[in-house]
Ligand binder design. Sequence first.
Ligand code: AMP
Length: 457
Amino acid sequence: MSFENLNLHPAIVKAVLAAGYTAPTPIQQQAIPDLIAGHDVMASAQTGTGKTAAFMLPALHRLATPAQIRGRGPRILVLTPTRELALQVSDAASKYGKFLPRINVVSILGGMPYPLQNKLLSQTVDVLVATPGRLIDHIERGRIDFSRLEMLVLDEADRMLDMGFIQDVERIALSTPATRQTLLFSATLDVAIEKIATRLLKAPKRIQVAAQHTKLDHIEQRMHYVDDLTHKNRLLDHLLRDTTIKQAIVFTATKRDADSLADNLSSQGHKAAAMHGDMTQRERTRTLTGLRQGRLKILVATDVAARGIDIADITHVINFDLPKFAEDYVHRIGRTGRAGASGIAVSFASGKDVAHLKRIERFTGNRFEFHVIPGIEPRTKPRFGRSDDKPGRRPSSSAAAHKTRRSWSDNPNTRTASPGHRGDKDAGFGQPFGRETRKRPFRDSKFNSADRFARTE
Ligand code: AMP
Protein backbone atom coordinates (compact mmCIF):
# COMPACT_ATOMS: atom_id res chain seq x y z
CA MET A 1 0.00 0.00 0.00
CA SER A 2 1.32 3.44 -0.89
CA PHE A 3 0.13 6.97 -0.11
CA GLU A 4 -0.85 7.37 -3.78
CA ASN A 5 -3.47 4.60 -3.31
CA LEU A 6 -5.27 6.39 -0.50
CA ASN A 7 -7.07 8.93 -2.75
CA LEU A 8 -5.64 11.86 -0.84
CA HIS A 9 -5.26 15.22 -2.57
CA PRO A 10 -1.97 15.24 -4.57
CA ALA A 11 -0.65 18.23 -2.59
CA ILE A 12 -0.97 16.18 0.60
CA VAL A 13 0.74 13.14 -0.91
CA LYS A 14 3.54 15.44 -2.05
CA ALA A 15 3.99 16.80 1.50
CA VAL A 16 4.01 13.33 3.02
CA LEU A 17 6.63 12.12 0.56
CA ALA A 18 8.64 15.29 1.22
CA ALA A 19 8.53 14.36 4.93
CA GLY A 20 10.32 11.15 3.96
CA TYR A 21 7.43 8.74 4.55
CA THR A 22 7.50 5.91 2.06
CA ALA A 23 4.33 4.03 3.06
CA PRO A 24 1.33 4.61 5.31
CA THR A 25 1.50 3.01 8.75
CA PRO A 26 -1.21 0.43 9.67
CA ILE A 27 -3.37 2.99 11.47
CA GLN A 28 -3.11 5.30 8.45
CA GLN A 29 -3.99 2.48 6.04
CA GLN A 30 -7.07 1.63 8.07
CA ALA A 31 -8.32 5.05 9.13
CA ILE A 32 -7.75 7.22 6.06
CA PRO A 33 -10.21 5.46 3.67
CA ASP A 34 -12.97 5.45 6.34
CA LEU A 35 -12.37 9.09 7.13
CA ILE A 36 -12.34 10.18 3.49
CA ALA A 37 -15.64 8.29 3.10
CA GLY A 38 -17.03 10.53 5.87
CA HIS A 39 -17.43 7.95 8.65
CA ASP A 40 -16.95 8.68 12.31
CA VAL A 41 -14.00 6.66 13.62
CA MET A 42 -12.86 5.49 17.02
CA ALA A 43 -9.36 4.12 17.02
CA SER A 44 -7.19 2.60 19.66
CA ALA A 45 -3.68 3.65 18.78
CA GLN A 46 -0.68 4.62 20.81
CA THR A 47 1.61 7.48 20.18
CA GLY A 48 4.37 6.52 17.75
CA THR A 49 2.00 4.66 15.41
CA GLY A 50 1.54 7.61 13.07
CA LYS A 51 -1.91 8.42 14.48
CA THR A 52 -1.52 12.17 14.00
CA ALA A 53 -1.15 11.82 10.25
CA ALA A 54 -3.98 9.24 10.29
CA PHE A 55 -6.43 12.01 11.20
CA MET A 56 -4.62 15.07 9.90
CA LEU A 57 -4.23 13.89 6.30
CA PRO A 58 -7.99 13.30 5.78
CA ALA A 59 -8.70 16.54 7.67
CA LEU A 60 -6.48 18.46 5.24
CA HIS A 61 -8.07 16.55 2.35
CA ARG A 62 -11.38 18.15 3.35
CA LEU A 63 -9.75 21.57 3.34
CA ALA A 64 -8.68 21.09 -0.26
CA THR A 65 -12.37 21.60 -1.17
CA PRO A 66 -13.81 25.06 -0.44
CA ALA A 67 -16.06 25.39 2.61
CA GLN A 68 -19.82 25.06 2.02
CA ILE A 69 -20.56 27.74 4.59
CA ARG A 70 -19.16 31.25 4.60
CA GLY A 71 -17.40 32.39 7.73
CA ARG A 72 -14.08 32.57 9.55
CA GLY A 73 -14.41 29.86 12.15
CA PRO A 74 -12.41 26.63 12.07
CA ARG A 75 -13.33 23.79 9.74
CA ILE A 76 -11.28 21.28 11.71
CA LEU A 77 -11.02 21.21 15.52
CA VAL A 78 -8.52 18.97 17.32
CA LEU A 79 -8.70 18.71 21.12
CA THR A 80 -5.63 17.43 22.95
CA PRO A 81 -4.93 16.87 26.65
CA THR A 82 -1.67 18.80 26.78
CA ARG A 83 -0.10 21.88 25.33
CA GLU A 84 2.90 19.96 24.01
CA LEU A 85 0.71 17.53 22.11
CA ALA A 86 -1.33 20.44 20.72
CA LEU A 87 1.84 22.07 19.40
CA GLN A 88 2.93 18.79 17.89
CA VAL A 89 -0.42 18.40 16.13
CA SER A 90 -0.26 22.00 14.87
CA ASP A 91 3.21 21.38 13.48
CA ALA A 92 1.95 18.24 11.76
CA ALA A 93 -0.94 20.19 10.19
CA SER A 94 1.45 22.82 8.84
CA LYS A 95 3.90 20.17 7.62
CA TYR A 96 1.34 18.04 5.79
CA GLY A 97 -0.60 21.06 4.51
CA LYS A 98 2.34 23.04 3.21
CA PHE A 99 1.56 22.44 -0.49
CA LEU A 100 -2.15 23.23 -0.11
CA PRO A 101 -3.10 26.85 -0.74
CA ARG A 102 -3.11 28.92 2.48
CA ILE A 103 -4.06 26.65 5.36
CA ASN A 104 -4.27 28.67 8.57
CA VAL A 105 -3.47 26.58 11.64
CA VAL A 106 -4.09 28.12 15.07
CA SER A 107 -3.23 26.69 18.51
CA ILE A 108 -5.20 27.82 21.54
CA LEU A 109 -3.48 26.67 24.70
CA GLY A 110 -3.70 27.36 28.39
CA GLY A 111 -0.89 29.47 29.84
CA MET A 112 -0.65 31.75 26.79
CA PRO A 113 -1.76 35.40 26.66
CA TYR A 114 -5.40 36.05 25.77
CA PRO A 115 -4.85 39.14 23.58
CA LEU A 116 -2.70 37.17 21.13
CA GLN A 117 -5.24 34.34 21.06
CA ASN A 118 -8.08 36.82 20.50
CA LYS A 119 -6.20 38.22 17.54
CA LEU A 120 -5.55 34.76 16.08
CA LEU A 121 -9.22 33.85 16.47
CA SER A 122 -10.39 37.02 14.75
CA GLN A 123 -8.79 35.85 11.50
CA THR A 124 -9.98 33.05 9.24
CA VAL A 125 -9.02 29.74 10.88
CA ASP A 126 -8.89 26.43 9.04
CA VAL A 127 -7.44 24.08 11.66
CA LEU A 128 -7.83 24.88 15.34
CA VAL A 129 -5.83 22.78 17.79
CA ALA A 130 -6.71 23.41 21.43
CA THR A 131 -6.58 22.20 24.99
CA PRO A 132 -10.14 22.01 26.34
CA GLY A 133 -10.00 24.43 29.30
CA ARG A 134 -8.77 27.45 27.39
CA LEU A 135 -11.03 26.74 24.44
CA ILE A 136 -14.07 26.78 26.76
CA ASP A 137 -13.01 30.26 27.95
CA HIS A 138 -13.03 31.55 24.39
CA ILE A 139 -16.32 29.83 23.57
CA GLU A 140 -17.94 31.42 26.63
CA ARG A 141 -16.71 34.82 25.54
CA GLY A 142 -18.29 34.27 22.13
CA ARG A 143 -14.97 34.40 20.30
CA ILE A 144 -15.38 31.24 18.27
CA ASP A 145 -17.77 30.63 15.43
CA PHE A 146 -18.25 26.90 14.88
CA SER A 147 -20.76 27.23 12.05
CA ARG A 148 -18.17 26.03 9.47
CA LEU A 149 -16.92 23.14 11.60
CA GLU A 150 -16.76 19.90 9.64
CA MET A 151 -14.53 17.65 11.75
CA LEU A 152 -13.90 17.24 15.48
CA VAL A 153 -10.92 15.14 16.60
CA LEU A 154 -10.51 13.98 20.19
CA ASP A 155 -6.83 13.07 20.44
CA GLU A 156 -5.72 10.93 23.40
CA ALA A 157 -9.27 10.84 24.72
CA ASP A 158 -8.29 8.50 27.57
CA ARG A 159 -5.81 11.08 28.80
CA MET A 160 -8.40 13.85 28.62
CA LEU A 161 -10.64 11.61 30.69
CA ASP A 162 -7.87 10.95 33.26
CA MET A 163 -7.14 14.65 33.50
CA GLY A 164 -10.77 15.54 34.17
CA PHE A 165 -11.34 17.32 30.85
CA ILE A 166 -14.17 15.18 29.59
CA GLN A 167 -16.99 17.48 30.68
CA ASP A 168 -15.27 20.34 28.89
CA VAL A 169 -14.82 18.14 25.83
CA GLU A 170 -18.53 17.28 25.81
CA ARG A 171 -19.50 20.94 26.21
CA ILE A 172 -17.26 21.87 23.32
CA ALA A 173 -18.73 19.08 21.18
CA LEU A 174 -22.25 20.35 21.96
CA SER A 175 -21.36 23.78 20.66
CA THR A 176 -20.34 22.37 17.26
CA PRO A 177 -22.73 21.39 14.43
CA ALA A 178 -24.36 17.97 14.78
CA THR A 179 -23.44 17.32 11.14
CA ARG A 180 -19.74 17.21 12.00
CA GLN A 181 -17.56 14.13 11.51
CA THR A 182 -16.15 12.99 14.84
CA LEU A 183 -12.94 11.04 15.47
CA LEU A 184 -11.79 9.62 18.76
CA PHE A 185 -8.24 8.38 19.33
CA SER A 186 -7.32 6.69 22.59
CA ALA A 187 -4.58 4.35 23.84
CA THR A 188 -7.30 2.09 25.25
CA LEU A 189 -10.97 1.74 24.44
CA ASP A 190 -12.44 0.89 27.84
CA VAL A 191 -15.95 1.29 29.22
CA ALA A 192 -15.53 4.98 30.07
CA ILE A 193 -14.28 5.78 26.57
CA GLU A 194 -17.08 3.73 25.02
CA LYS A 195 -19.63 5.85 26.92
CA ILE A 196 -18.14 9.06 25.59
CA ALA A 197 -18.09 7.61 22.08
CA THR A 198 -21.76 6.66 22.37
CA ARG A 199 -22.61 10.26 23.22
CA LEU A 200 -20.40 12.01 20.69
CA LEU A 201 -19.91 9.70 17.69
CA LYS A 202 -22.39 8.38 15.12
CA ALA A 203 -22.07 4.70 14.13
CA PRO A 204 -18.29 4.89 14.33
CA LYS A 205 -15.99 2.55 12.47
CA ARG A 206 -13.67 0.91 14.96
CA ILE A 207 -9.98 0.56 14.34
CA GLN A 208 -7.50 -1.28 16.47
CA VAL A 209 -3.88 -1.46 15.45
CA ALA A 210 -1.65 -4.40 16.27
CA ALA A 211 -0.88 -5.25 19.89
CA GLN A 212 1.49 -2.82 21.48
CA HIS A 213 4.35 -5.17 22.16
CA THR A 214 5.06 -5.58 18.46
CA LYS A 215 5.52 -1.82 18.22
CA LEU A 216 8.01 -1.55 21.04
CA ASP A 217 10.45 -3.96 19.49
CA HIS A 218 12.90 -1.24 18.61
CA ILE A 219 13.10 -0.11 22.25
CA GLU A 220 15.24 -2.16 24.59
CA GLN A 221 13.50 -2.25 27.95
CA ARG A 222 15.48 -2.82 31.14
CA MET A 223 14.14 -3.08 34.65
CA HIS A 224 16.24 -2.60 37.78
CA TYR A 225 15.07 -3.69 41.18
CA VAL A 226 15.85 -0.91 43.68
CA ASP A 227 16.08 -0.93 47.46
CA ASP A 228 15.21 2.68 48.12
CA LEU A 229 15.71 6.25 46.99
CA THR A 230 19.43 6.25 47.73
CA HIS A 231 19.83 3.20 45.56
CA LYS A 232 17.86 4.87 42.76
CA ASN A 233 20.16 7.87 42.91
CA ARG A 234 23.25 5.72 42.71
CA LEU A 235 21.89 3.86 39.72
CA LEU A 236 20.87 7.08 37.99
CA ASP A 237 24.27 8.59 38.60
CA HIS A 238 25.84 5.54 37.03
CA LEU A 239 23.46 5.35 34.08
CA LEU A 240 23.90 8.99 33.16
CA ARG A 241 27.63 8.44 32.73
CA ASP A 242 26.93 6.24 29.73
CA THR A 243 28.62 7.91 26.78
CA THR A 244 26.09 6.48 24.32
CA ILE A 245 23.40 8.79 25.69
CA LYS A 246 22.71 11.60 23.26
CA GLN A 247 19.72 12.90 25.15
CA ALA A 248 17.58 11.37 27.88
CA ILE A 249 14.29 11.93 29.59
CA VAL A 250 14.08 10.97 33.25
CA PHE A 251 10.52 10.55 34.54
CA THR A 252 9.51 11.26 38.11
CA ALA A 253 6.16 10.79 39.80
CA THR A 254 5.70 14.38 41.00
CA LYS A 255 6.44 17.90 39.85
CA ARG A 256 8.40 18.62 43.00
CA ASP A 257 10.59 15.59 42.44
CA ALA A 258 11.18 16.65 38.84
CA ASP A 259 12.39 20.06 40.05
CA SER A 260 14.63 18.69 42.80
CA LEU A 261 16.17 16.02 40.62
CA ALA A 262 16.82 18.46 37.76
CA ASP A 263 18.44 20.93 40.19
CA ASN A 264 20.56 18.21 41.61
CA LEU A 265 21.68 16.94 38.22
CA SER A 266 22.50 20.49 37.12
CA SER A 267 24.58 21.01 40.24
CA GLN A 268 26.52 17.89 39.31
CA GLY A 269 27.36 19.42 35.94
CA HIS A 270 24.69 17.77 33.77
CA LYS A 271 22.88 19.91 31.21
CA ALA A 272 19.54 19.15 32.80
CA ALA A 273 16.20 20.88 33.27
CA ALA A 274 12.76 20.01 34.59
CA MET A 275 9.49 20.15 32.71
CA HIS A 276 6.10 19.82 34.36
CA GLY A 277 2.59 21.20 34.42
CA ASP A 278 3.28 23.96 36.94
CA MET A 279 5.59 25.75 34.54
CA THR A 280 4.27 28.50 32.28
CA GLN A 281 3.93 27.77 28.60
CA ARG A 282 6.86 30.10 27.93
CA GLU A 283 9.10 28.12 30.32
CA ARG A 284 8.00 24.82 28.84
CA THR A 285 8.58 26.00 25.29
CA ARG A 286 12.01 27.34 26.25
CA THR A 287 12.96 24.03 27.84
CA LEU A 288 11.73 22.06 24.87
CA THR A 289 13.61 24.32 22.47
CA GLY A 290 16.75 23.82 24.57
CA LEU A 291 16.29 20.07 24.22
CA ARG A 292 15.58 20.24 20.51
CA GLN A 293 18.62 22.42 19.87
CA GLY A 294 20.87 20.21 22.01
CA ARG A 295 21.57 22.81 24.71
CA LEU A 296 19.98 20.41 27.19
CA LYS A 297 20.89 16.78 27.48
CA ILE A 298 18.62 15.55 30.24
CA LEU A 299 14.99 16.45 30.70
CA VAL A 300 13.44 15.51 34.03
CA ALA A 301 9.72 15.37 33.45
CA THR A 302 6.34 14.30 34.69
CA ASP A 303 3.97 12.31 32.48
CA VAL A 304 1.73 15.13 31.41
CA ALA A 305 4.53 17.47 30.41
CA ALA A 306 6.42 14.94 28.34
CA ARG A 307 3.50 13.67 26.30
CA GLY A 308 3.94 14.21 22.61
CA ILE A 309 7.65 15.10 22.71
CA ASP A 310 9.12 13.95 19.42
CA ILE A 311 12.89 14.45 19.34
CA ALA A 312 15.03 12.05 17.34
CA ASP A 313 18.11 12.38 19.59
CA ILE A 314 16.42 11.00 22.69
CA THR A 315 18.33 7.75 22.99
CA HIS A 316 17.31 6.87 26.55
CA VAL A 317 14.27 7.10 28.77
CA ILE A 318 14.71 6.45 32.48
CA ASN A 319 11.69 5.78 34.66
CA PHE A 320 13.06 7.00 37.97
CA ASP A 321 9.55 6.33 39.28
CA LEU A 322 7.27 3.87 37.53
CA PRO A 323 4.09 5.43 36.12
CA LYS A 324 0.72 4.74 37.74
CA PHE A 325 -0.91 3.75 34.48
CA ALA A 326 0.43 1.14 32.09
CA GLU A 327 -0.44 3.34 29.09
CA ASP A 328 1.87 6.00 30.48
CA TYR A 329 4.71 3.52 30.48
CA VAL A 330 4.22 3.10 26.75
CA HIS A 331 3.91 6.84 26.21
CA ARG A 332 7.06 7.44 28.21
CA ILE A 333 9.28 4.89 26.53
CA GLY A 334 7.87 5.97 23.16
CA ARG A 335 9.81 9.24 23.61
CA THR A 336 12.87 7.26 22.55
CA GLY A 337 13.26 5.21 19.38
CA ARG A 338 11.64 7.95 17.29
CA ALA A 339 11.75 8.14 13.52
CA GLY A 340 12.98 4.59 13.00
CA ALA A 341 15.85 4.81 15.52
CA SER A 342 16.33 2.32 18.34
CA GLY A 343 16.13 3.37 21.96
CA ILE A 344 16.76 2.21 25.51
CA ALA A 345 14.23 2.46 28.30
CA VAL A 346 15.41 1.81 31.84
CA SER A 347 13.00 1.58 34.76
CA PHE A 348 13.42 1.37 38.49
CA ALA A 349 10.98 -0.76 40.47
CA SER A 350 10.92 -1.21 44.21
CA GLY A 351 8.94 -3.57 46.39
CA LYS A 352 5.99 -1.17 46.38
CA ASP A 353 5.67 -1.32 42.61
CA VAL A 354 4.36 -4.85 42.23
CA ALA A 355 0.92 -3.82 41.02
CA HIS A 356 2.32 -1.25 38.59
CA LEU A 357 4.80 -3.69 37.17
CA LYS A 358 2.15 -6.33 36.72
CA ARG A 359 -0.10 -3.90 34.86
CA ILE A 360 2.73 -2.82 32.59
CA GLU A 361 3.61 -6.42 31.79
CA ARG A 362 0.01 -7.22 30.90
CA PHE A 363 -0.41 -4.10 28.82
CA THR A 364 2.80 -4.42 26.83
CA GLY A 365 2.97 -8.20 26.70
CA ASN A 366 6.58 -7.82 27.81
CA ARG A 367 8.02 -9.98 30.59
CA PHE A 368 10.66 -8.11 32.46
CA GLU A 369 13.84 -9.58 33.76
CA PHE A 370 15.68 -7.53 36.32
CA HIS A 371 19.05 -6.19 35.30
CA VAL A 372 21.88 -5.51 37.71
CA ILE A 373 24.87 -3.26 37.44
CA PRO A 374 27.89 -4.80 39.10
CA GLY A 375 28.76 -2.87 42.24
CA ILE A 376 25.29 -1.34 42.50
CA GLU A 377 23.26 -4.46 43.10
CA PRO A 378 20.21 -4.19 45.33
CA ARG A 379 20.84 -5.28 48.90
CA THR A 380 17.38 -6.74 49.28
CA LYS A 381 15.75 -9.49 47.29
CA PRO A 382 12.88 -8.43 45.04
CA ARG A 383 9.69 -8.84 47.03
CA PHE A 384 7.38 -9.26 44.09
CA GLY A 385 4.73 -11.86 44.59
CA ARG A 386 4.97 -11.90 48.37
CA SER A 387 1.76 -11.49 50.24
CA ASP A 388 3.03 -8.43 52.10
CA ASP A 389 3.48 -6.62 48.82
CA LYS A 390 -0.20 -6.69 48.04
CA PRO A 391 -1.87 -3.27 48.05
CA GLY A 392 -3.44 -2.44 51.38
CA ARG A 393 -1.04 -4.52 53.42
CA ARG A 394 1.64 -3.15 55.67
CA PRO A 395 4.42 -1.80 53.44
CA SER A 396 7.70 -3.63 53.24
CA SER A 397 10.79 -1.88 54.55
CA SER A 398 11.78 -0.81 51.05
CA ALA A 399 8.34 0.63 50.48
CA ALA A 400 8.63 2.53 53.73
CA ALA A 401 11.96 3.94 52.63
CA HIS A 402 10.27 5.40 49.57
CA LYS A 403 7.85 7.29 51.71
CA THR A 404 10.62 9.30 53.31
CA ARG A 405 10.95 12.89 52.14
CA ARG A 406 13.06 13.13 49.04
CA SER A 407 16.10 15.28 48.87
CA TRP A 408 18.60 14.65 46.13
CA SER A 409 20.93 17.36 47.25
CA ASP A 410 21.30 15.71 50.63
CA ASN A 411 22.29 12.44 49.12
CA PRO A 412 26.05 11.91 49.02
CA ASN A 413 25.71 9.11 46.49
CA THR A 414 24.56 11.44 43.76
CA ARG A 415 27.83 13.30 43.83
CA THR A 416 30.31 10.47 44.00
CA ALA A 417 30.91 7.69 41.55
CA SER A 418 29.27 4.48 42.57
CA PRO A 419 31.69 1.79 43.68
CA GLY A 420 32.42 -0.70 41.00
CA HIS A 421 31.66 1.27 37.91
CA ARG A 422 34.79 3.30 37.48
CA GLY A 423 36.98 1.52 34.99
CA ASP A 424 34.45 -1.25 34.75
CA LYS A 425 34.23 -2.22 31.11
CA ASP A 426 30.63 -3.20 31.51
CA ALA A 427 29.72 0.12 33.03
CA GLY A 428 26.65 1.23 31.22
CA PHE A 429 23.11 0.15 31.24
CA GLY A 430 23.58 -3.09 33.08
CA GLN A 431 22.98 -6.65 32.10
CA PRO A 432 20.18 -9.05 32.73
CA PHE A 433 20.54 -11.86 35.19
CA GLY A 434 22.07 -14.49 33.04
CA ARG A 435 24.63 -17.23 33.47
CA GLU A 436 27.46 -14.84 34.15
CA THR A 437 25.64 -12.71 36.68
CA ARG A 438 23.60 -15.31 38.47
CA LYS A 439 26.22 -15.72 41.16
CA ARG A 440 25.63 -12.14 42.20
CA PRO A 441 23.10 -11.37 44.85
CA PHE A 442 20.16 -13.55 43.83
CA ARG A 443 20.57 -17.04 42.68
CA ASP A 444 17.13 -18.23 41.79
CA SER A 445 15.37 -18.04 38.48
CA LYS A 446 12.23 -16.76 40.23
CA PHE A 447 13.83 -13.39 39.88
CA ASN A 448 11.95 -13.06 36.65
CA SER A 449 8.95 -11.04 37.77
CA ALA A 450 6.62 -12.74 35.33
CA ASP A 451 7.21 -16.09 37.07
CA ARG A 452 6.44 -14.51 40.38
CA PHE A 453 3.25 -12.99 39.11
CA ALA A 454 2.19 -16.31 37.69
CA ARG A 455 2.45 -17.84 41.12
CA THR A 456 0.52 -15.17 42.93
CA GLU A 457 -2.41 -14.75 40.56
P1 AMP B 1 2.53 9.87 16.06
O1 AMP B 1 2.08 8.48 16.38
O2 AMP B 1 1.51 10.64 15.33
O3 AMP B 1 3.08 10.58 17.27
O4 AMP B 1 3.76 9.75 15.02
C1 AMP B 1 4.99 9.20 15.38
C2 AMP B 1 6.11 9.56 14.41
O5 AMP B 1 5.96 8.83 13.18
C3 AMP B 1 6.21 11.03 14.01
O6 AMP B 1 7.57 11.38 14.14
C4 AMP B 1 5.79 11.08 12.56
O7 AMP B 1 6.48 12.09 11.87
C5 AMP B 1 6.18 9.70 12.07
N1 AMP B 1 5.32 9.17 10.97
C6 AMP B 1 3.99 9.32 10.82
N2 AMP B 1 3.55 8.65 9.73
C7 AMP B 1 4.64 8.06 9.19
C8 AMP B 1 4.84 7.21 8.03
N3 AMP B 1 3.83 6.85 7.25
N4 AMP B 1 6.10 6.78 7.78
C9 AMP B 1 7.13 7.15 8.58
N5 AMP B 1 7.01 7.93 9.69
C10 AMP B 1 5.78 8.38 9.98
